[in-house]
Design a protein around this ligand. Structure first.
Ligand code: F6R
Length: 241
């Protein structure tokens, strides 16, 4: 793993965004993997700035998001679809036709997950994937489990994750209990990965991911086996390394 320690959250975002811009400059129709949550927000802000400065053109880029809550419509305030349009897609020239997120209202989740995986394959696979990390080591919504999950699937969120995400909802009960998520296998098939993490609450899990045993108990630990992972941290998240 390449580890970069940035002086703060905004700098971390500028570093990760530069990596994305370089990817799209090199390959205009690159397949980009996106995540939601607090971690990538400074990256998305920096990507918007690079677009506005005319440094990068996203018009041919294709995008696939890691996950979506089950049971939320795309226009729900907390859907990941809405998050992506509010925080990135509306502000850059990505073609909405090229945007893909799992559909939390799909009638047949298994069939939909297989189709999503097939769409990633048909696009040629993900060139560059951004990841955040949960305090329990999840990436996407791949929670600690007895085994690594191979493909996009429906997951039951752990109590830890529901509590972490409660800040976006009125109450614990309002947080969806299931999500559709790319699998660990889907993530590992991305050609390059950038994981961003900030703040003291991530320090322990970052230490486990980088230095600990590779185990499905800490799903992100599998990234030790990927040949092109860059971890961009602020100093608080890196404080136990
Ligand atoms: C979201 C996702 C999650 C988050 C993780 C960290 O699409 O895949 O794995 O990256 O829960 O969330 P934040 O960044 O809010 O701490």
């Amino acid at each position: 793993m390449n580890i970069i320690i940035a002086k703060d959250y905004d700098t971390l975002g500028r570093i990760a965004a530069t990596r994305f811009a370089a990817q799209v400059i090199q390959k205009p129709n690159a397949v980009l993997g996106f995540a939601t949550g607090s971690s990538p927000l400074s990256t998305y802000a920096a990507m918007i700035k690079l677009y506005r400065e005319g440094i990068v053109d996203f018009s041919k880029a294709r995008t696939f998001n890691l996950d979506e809550y089950c049971g939320l419509s795309r226009d729900h305030e907390q859907s990941y679809y809405k998050f992506m349009f509010d925080n990135l897609f509306t502000h850059i020239n990505v073609d909405p036709k090229n945007v893909h997120l799992p559909d939390g209202l799909a009638k047949d989740f298994s069939a939909h997950c297989r189709e999503y995986e097939a769409e990633i394959d048909a696009a040629g696979g993900i060139d560059l994937q951004i990841l955040g990390i949960g305090t329990n080591g999840h990436i996407g919504f791949n929670e600690p489990e007895p085994a690594f999950s191979p493909i996009t699937h429906r997951v039951a969120l752990t109590e830890n994750t529901i509590r972490d995400n409660q800040r976006f909802f009125k109450s614990f009960d309002d947080v969806p209990k299931f999500a559709l998520s790319m699998g660990i296998g889907s993530i590992m098939r991305a050609r390059s990965i950038v994981l961003v993490a900030s703040g003291k609450s991530k320090a322990e899990v970052i230490k486990g991911m980088v230095k600990g045993e590779i185990t499905p108990d800490l799903p992100a630990s599998i990234l030790q086996l990927h040949c092109d992972v860059t971890v961009v941290l602020d100093s608080a998240a890196a404080s136990l390394l």
